[in-house]
Design a protein around this ligand. Structure first.
Ligand SMILES: Cc1ncc(COP(=O)(O)O)c(C=O)c1O
Length: 455
C-alpha cells in the first residue's frame, strides 16, 4: 500500500493541529453541537445527506443564512464562503435577480410540465452563449450527463463510453470506473452496483494521447465524456494541444465528444469551451446555471439532432429514458433566465477573475515563504492549492497528491479563522460578491496555518 501524502510535513504535527482546531471548533459551536453533535433525529446517519458528515468539522454546523459570499451559522459565526455550495452558488448566495424571479414565480405555480415565457428567452440565450443549437433542460448535472450519454449511444449505435481516470461527472453509473495497475476497476466505495461497469466503459489517463488513440481505435466507443480541465481530483490542466488532438481522434473514429462544463464554467460566461474554442458534440452544465435552484442544461449539434430525429422516427413510441417529472419546471426556468440574463455576465466574470488571481498570488506567496512543496492551480474563478509539487498530469498523479489528513486539518483551521473552503479537496471559488478583503483574509489565515504547520 502506498503511504498517504503529508505534504512534506510530519504526521504528528498535522494530527496536533487537527486536535487543537477540533477543540476550538467544538467550544465555539454549542448550538450546532446540540443540533447535529449526536445526529439529527429521523435521518439515517444523523444527516439529511450522508456526505454532510464528511467535512473536516467534528460535527456539521447549522447554517442560519447566506447572502453573496458570506455565510452565517446558528452560533453567530460569519464565514467568507469560498466553497459556494461546491459550485451550486458560484454566482453568490441568493443573487438579487434570482431571488426576485423566484418571488415572482412563487405565486404563479411551480411546476406544470409545460413551458413558460421564460423558456422563450432561455433557448436563444443558451444557443448564443454556448454555441450549440439544440438544448434540453434537466434537474442535475448528473441527469444531464446521463441523458446526453443516452443520446450518444442512440445515435452512434455503440455501447461503450470512455472516461478519464480520476473523473467525476456526478452519479452516472458508467463513469464509476478507475484505473488500477493499468486495469479498469469499479471506483472504490461504490455501493449496490449490480452489473460490471467495466464492460461498458473504457478508461484512460488524461493527457495520454497514445492510450486514447488505442482505446478509440476499436471504434466501439459512443462518446468520450470529459471535463476540459480535471477538477474533481486535484486539478489537472490539459497539455498544450491536448484538446485539439482529443477532437481529432474522436472525429477520426466516429466517436462523439461530450464536454462537461459543470465546474469549468468558472473560466468565463461561455465556459472553457468558448474561451478555448472547443468543438463538442454534446455539452453539459449543471449546478450554478439557475443560481442554486436545481437545474441543468445539455445541448448538442445539428448533426446529433438530425441523427436523433432519425433514431426516434425508427423507434416505437414510449418513454425515452430521458427527463424527469420536475425537469424544466417553472421555478427553475425563472431562476435560469435571471441567472443567464443578469447574473452570469461578463462584468461579473471580470470581478471573479481579478480576485481569483489575487488569491492565487497570495497563496503562492505563503507556500513560497514557508518553502512548502505545494502548488496552486487556477481555472478562472476556481483555485486550488495542492499539497504536492506540480503540475499534475493525470488522475493517478492527482490521487497520489491528495493529502487527506493534512487537508482536513487545514480546512478546519481555516474555518476557525472565518474562511470556508470546499470539503474533499482544496477548492476555492470567487463569486461576484466576494470582496478583496475576504480574499486577503483567506491568504492571511492560510499563512497562519502554514506557520503553525511549519513552526
Ligand atoms: C464535472 C461535474 N459534472 C457533474 C457533476 C454532478 O453534479 P450534480 O451532483 O449536481 O448532479 C459534478 C459534481 O460535482 C461535477 O463536478
Amino acid at each position: 500500500m502506498t503511504q498517504e501524502n503529508t505534504g512534506g510535513l510530519p504526521a504528528g504535527r498535522i494530527a496536533a493541529l487537527f486536535a487543537a482546531e477540533s477543540a476550538t471548533y467544538a467550544a465555539r459551536h454549542a448550538r450546532s453541537q446540540q443540533g447535529t453533535g449526536h445526529g439529527i433525529a429521523g435521518f439515517y446517519d444523523g444527516v439529511p445527506m450522508h456526505w454532510m458528515k464528511d467535512w473536516s468539522m467534528p460535527f456539521p454546523f447549522l447554517v442560519a443564512e447566506a447572502r453573496g459570499a458570506t455565510l452565517r451559522d446558528v452560533d453567530g459565526h460569519e464565514y467568507a464562503d469560498f466553497c459556494l455550495g461546491d459550485t451550486g452558488s458560484m454566482f453568490g448566495h441568493s443573487p438579487a435577480p434570482v431571488a426576485d424571479a423566484l418571488r415572482r414565480q412563487a405565486d404563479r405555480g411551480l411546476t406544470y410540465m409545460l413551458p413558460t415565457e421564460d423558456a422563450l428567452a432561455i433557448g436563444p440565450l443558451l444557443a448564443e452563449r454556448f454555441g450549440l443549437p439544440h438544448w434540453q433542460i434537466a434537474t442535475t448535472a448528473t441527469d444531464a450527463n446521463r441523458f446526453a450519454l443516452r443520446v450518444a449511444r442512440a445515435v452512434t449505435g455503440r455501447e461503450k463510453i470512455l472516461v478519464f481516470n480520476g473523473c467525476y461527472h456526478g452519479t452516472v453509473d458508467e463513469t464509476y470506473v478507475r484505473l488500477s495497475d493499468g486495469r479498469a476497476v469499479h471506483r472504490p466505495g461504490l455501493l449496490g452496483q449490480a452489473g460490471d461497469l467495466t464492460a461498458l466503459t473504457r478508461v484512460v489517463e488524461f493527457n495520454d494521447l497514445p492510450a486514447l488513440e488505442q482505446a478509440l481505435a476499436h471504434r466501439d466507443v459512443a462518446c468520450v465524456i470529459a471535463e476540459p480541465v480535471m477538477t474533481n481530483c486535484c486539478m489537472v490542466l490539459p497539455d498544450v494541444g491536448y484538446h485539439a488532438e482529443l477532437r481529432r481522434l474522436t472525429r477520426a473514429t466516429g466517436t462523439l465528444l461530450l464536454i462537461d462544463e459543470t465546474h469549468t464554467i468558472s473560466t468565463g460566461p461561455g465556459g472553457y469551451t468558448r474561451a478555448h474554442g472547443l468543438e463538442p458534440d454534446l455539452f453539459v452544465l449543471g449546478k450554478p446555471i439557475a443560481g442554486g435552484v436545481p437545474a441543468s442544461v445539455w445541448g448538442f449539434t445539428d448533426d446529433v439532432a438530425r441523427r436523433l430525429d432519425a433514431v426516434r422516427a425508427a423507434t416505437p413510441p414510449g418513454h425515452s429514458g430521458m427527463g424527469t417529472t420536475l425537469s424544466a419546471n417553472a421555478l427553475a426556468l425563472a431562476a435560469m433566465r435571471a441567472t443567464l440574463e443578469q447574473v452570469m455576465t461578463p462584468g461579473a466574470y471580470q470581478h471573479m477573475e481579478a480576485l481569483a488571481e489575487r488569491l492565487a498570488v497570495g497563496l503562492r506567496a505563503v507556500i513560497g515563504q514557508h518553502r512548502l512543496p505545494w502548488h496552486v492551480v487556477r481555472v478562472g474563478a476556481r483555485i486550488e492549492f495542492i499539497c504536492a509539487p506540480g503540475p499534475l498530469r493525470n488522475g493517478t498523479e492527482a490521487d497520489a497528491a491528495h493529502a487527506p489528513a493534512l487537508e482536513r486539518a487545514i480546512h478546519l483551521a481555516l474555518l476557525n479563522r472565518g474562511c470556508l473552503i470546499a470539503p474533499f479537496h482544496n477548492m476555492m471559488l470567487i463569486c461576484p460578491a466576494t470582496t478583496a478583503a475576504q480574499v486577503d483574509g483567506l491568504c492571511r489565515a492560510f499563512g497562519e496555518v502554514a506557520a503553525l504547520l511549519t513552526a
